[in-house]
Design a protein around this ligand. Structure first.
Ligand code: HEM
Ligand SMILES: *[C@@H]1O[C@H](CO)[C@@H](O)[C@H](O)[C@H]1NC(C)=O
Ligand SMILES: *[C@@H]1O[C@H](CO)[C@@H](O)[C@H](O)[C@H]1NC(C)=O
Length: 501
């Protein structure tokens, strides 16, 4: 069954950017010079979608499909998804149909999953039956051989290498580099109103670039930064292959990045220094003949890691500042924790070490609660590689399967008073498989420790030396593509009066 894959990348975009686009195309039909032509056009599509729908149901009529409505037509459930608050769309259907239900979004039959046990089956125990799925246009931008899109042996080889670069034993050596980035960035905020998301993106990009490339000269980095930012704009826009569109420019930037990274590899080979970062790890693995990796595979995975590390961490950092701003007593407790560490550092006359970051229990719970509460990756996508039995239902081959992280994280059964920001709930470990901010199973996030380290180091210096006030009092959410506070959370930052002498 043909399926409009390009509309499927992360929920964030199909909730926000794609619906208006869908509407745009209908508007086009309405203002078309000949009303009759548009009428025929519309009818044709409606009939076609109806037929597809009917066929979908009919084809699987011997199977026990999950409960749920497939909507009246192509637009059926999609319209509802957009007109209702996405959170209530999911929670209403969960109430009506249970933890596993089917629906139909933008032409794709989907099964939504909000039971921890079934999510575990999809992501962990039966992971080989559910392959990752991304829209081809997005896949091309990142690089088709990047880790996210892989299954089987190539995936586990890559995963081992990527994990090796982000293990605590590796990143413990980056604490002072990360700290230097923070110490350079924060003073540029003083006495200014900042767009928090944008500033956090700068920070997250610098850290991601160091972990991907190790030490590189500033000129090369500047080039990579510019090309990447062009690529990112295209990723978040409609994939039109027309000269001048963001997507088209992004594809061009992608080609240049490919070349730039190849040059980098070439120069490192020439100087016989593999260098640091993931690039160093991949080059060493290749030179020891451990794994066959082409330049282009290396480029795809470096770009993939930049991509995975950047917006995610920046969005979470933005939420941390929002939650601390809204909960003065929690901010107070975070500050107390960091003042304690700071006075120790002052007497020992040194910067933060890895071990210091392991002794920030309260701040760690704040981060855990932020990840739960914000659940920026509200769900992930898989696709059934064949007909699969799940909790007594059949999921037909080719159907999308979406474990709903956010719904699980916001379930009152697992997290009482889910809408309350309460770090103390993490004083006891969450029940197994109910807490998955970094996913679960073979595709779970290899960067989780690095992401947490970044947040800890930034909070240490920010809470000790600065105050922040939200500018304006709008309490909305924007999707960029992850959910973040409206307008990227504008903050007025001021220096605290000196506390330490
Ligand atoms: C707070 C920030 C982050 C969050 C919330 C996050 C979340 C996630 C989640 C939920 C997945 C699994 C997706 C799925 O199963 O479909 C994932 C995968 C991944 N993440 Fe992260 N991530 C973050 C930061 C990072 C960082 C800093 C890196 C850089 C090293 C990174 C690299 C990756 C990679 C390479 C994958 C793909 C793994 C695979 O397919 O095997 N992430 N991330
Ligand atoms: C910020 O403003 C305050 C008061 O207006 C001033 O004393 C301070 O020097 C300024 N700091 C910076 C870094 O510009
Ligand atoms: C990158 O370069 C390789 C050749 O080394 C080529 O096969 C590959 O298609 C290129 N990728 C992109 C996205 O241009």
């Amino acid at each position: 069954m043909s399926c409009f894959q390009h509309t499927f990348y992360t929920m964030q975009v199909f909730f926000t950017e794609l619906l208006p686009l869908q509407f745009d195309s209908y508007q086009f039909l309405i203002i078309h010079p000949s009303l009759l032509t548009s009428f025929i056009f519309c009818s044709f599509f409606l009939i076609l979608f109806h037929f597809m729908q009917w066929w979908q149901q009919h084809r699987h009529k011997h199977k026990r499909l999950p409960p749920g409505s497939m909507g009246w037509s192509y637009l059926g459930e999609t319209l509802k998804l957009y007109t209702e608050n996405p959170n209530s769309f999911f929670s209403n259907r969960q109430k009506w149909y249970g933890d596993i239900f089917k629906t139909h979004i933008l032409g794709c039959p989907c099964v939504m999953i909000s039971s921890p046990k079934a999510a575990r089956t999809v992501l962990v125990t039966q992971a080989h039956l559910f392959k990752p799925t991304y829209p081809p246009s997005k896949e091309k931008l990142i690089g088709q051989e990047a880790i996210f899109f892989q299954q089987g042996a190539y995936h586990s080889m890559l995963k081992k290498l990527v994990q090796a670069s982000f293990l605590p034993s590796t990143i413990r050596n980056s604490v002072s580099e990360v700290e230097q980035i923070v110490l350079k960035l924060l003073p540029t905020w003083a006495n200014r109103t900042i767009n928090t998301l944008q500033e956090m993106k700068k920070y997250a990009f610098e850290v991601a670039a160091i972990s991907a490339f190790g030490e590189t000269n500033e000129l090369e980095m500047e080039e990579i930064r510019e090309l990447y930012s062009c690529l990112e704009k295209g990723y978040n826009s409609y994939p039109l292959h027309l000269p001048g569109t963001s997507y088209w420019k992004a594809m061009k930037a992608r080609k240049l990045l490919n070349e730039t990274i190849k040059m980098l590899i070439y120069r490192r080979k020439e100087s016989r220094k593999h260098g640091g970062g993931l690039l160093g790890v991949l080059m060493r693995a290749r030179s020891h003949n451990l794994y066959q990796l082409s330049d282009s595979q290396i480029a795809d995975n470096l770009i993939g890691v930049l991509f995975a590390a950047h917006d995610t961490t920046a969005s979470v950092l933005t939420w941390v500042l929002k939650f601390l701003h809204d909960n003065a007593n929690i901010l107070e407790a975070v500050m107390r924790e960091h003042k304690g560490i700071k006075s120790k550092l002052a007497t020992e006359n040194r910067g933060l070490s890895w071990d210091d970051t392991r002794h920030m229990p309260f701040t760690n719970r704040v981060i855990q609660e932020t990840l739960r509460s914000a659940s920026i990756l509200s769900f992930t996508f898989r696709e059934a590689v064949r007909d699969v039995e799940l909790e007594g239902y059949t999921i037909p081959k080719g159907w999308k399967v979406l474990p709903l992280f956010r719904t699980i994280h916001h379930s009152p059964h697992f997290f009482p008073q889910p809408h309350k920001f309460d770090p103390s709930r993490f004083e006891v470990a969450p029940r197994p498989n109910t807490y998955m901010p970094f996913g679960n199973g073979v595709h779970s996030c290899p960067g989780s420790e690095l992401a947490k380290l970044e947040i800890l180091v930034l909070l240490h210096h920010l809470t000790i030396s600065y105050r922040w006030q939200v500018v304006g009092n709008e309490d909305g959410i924007q999707y960029g593509p992850f959910p973040v506070p409206k307008h990227g959370l504008p903050l007025k930052i001021t220096l605290r009066e000196k506390i330490f002498t």
